[in-house]
Design a protein around this ligand. Sequence first.
Ligand code: C2E
Ligand code: CA
Ligand code: CA
Ligand code: CA
Length: 275
Amino acid sequence: AKEEGRGTWRFFEPAMNARVVARRQLEQDLRRAVTEEQFQVYYQPVVEAEGGQISGFEALVRWVHPERGMVSPAEFIPLAEELGLIRAIGGWVLRQACSAAAAWPGELKVAVNLSPVQFSGGALVAEVASALKHAGLAPHCLELEITESLLLTDDAAVLATLHELRALGVRIAMDDFGTGYSSLSYLQRFPFDKIKIDQSFVRGLGQDEHCTAIIRAVVGLGKALGMTVNAEGVETAEQLETLRAEGCGEFQGYLFSKPRPSQDVRTMLGSPEYS
Ligand code: C2E
Ligand code: CA
Ligand code: CA
Ligand code: CA
């Protein structure tokens, strides 16, 4: 940086400047996206190991940017958390997912991802109850996915909120299991309904012997604790075969289907069984 006049600095590093400008633009665009509801919810089927039926769908948010097209949640969720926009976005996804699921046939479940930020502020339980009521969805058809980072702080309020959510009748799943620290102590702190094995372990199958060992251990743990074990990111028939042999309870992955918009749910349900 070079001092120009008194108190004015100009940065001559063009790459950095471009980054700052792009980031500021993205912030501005995201704020507008919230007011203009430029989001969509996509749904990825969850397939039961036994029988190969679809038991439900995971709701995954998409931002349809007016100029850039689809922006990945991996890119905008962290920004939304930072800017305090995640509560608005997360609440919207929750309401959309509950309404969609209420219209699905039978007792299909919908899984919704929650950001740790949504646990602060004290409004989450009421928001979930209201979304269920407004949609007319049975609480046991809603599953909330949280990540290990939520429990990092060992916050009594977070545990209390989880228990209140459970008391509503919704199910609680631990997502991306095995990627955080001291995962095992979290299982002792809260009785999750489901553990979702992180995709990285599934990806390593057939390449890294440790992945098979870890998956075997998680399945054993899930069985002992009465938790369903879900394996995510299943892309090949070989992976599926191994996961089946290891006793995983359910699967998600491109092998079955990519996440697709709400209007494609019927088609996904209509396709032949995934056994
Ligand atoms: P996640 O919750 O672990 O979701 C799974 C991600 O893996 C999704 O990416 C999904 O599209 C992708 N996936 C599914 N099957 C396969 C596969 O076979 N291969 C590969 N390579 N990928 C697969 P997506 O939709 O881009 O979402 C990324 C992350 O963004 C999610 O990871 C979640 O952490 C976050 N996210 C998405 N929607 C929401 C939301 O509504 N709220 C919050 N707080 N976070 C969300
Ligand atoms: Ca229904
Ligand atoms: Ca998830
Ligand atoms: Ca995951």
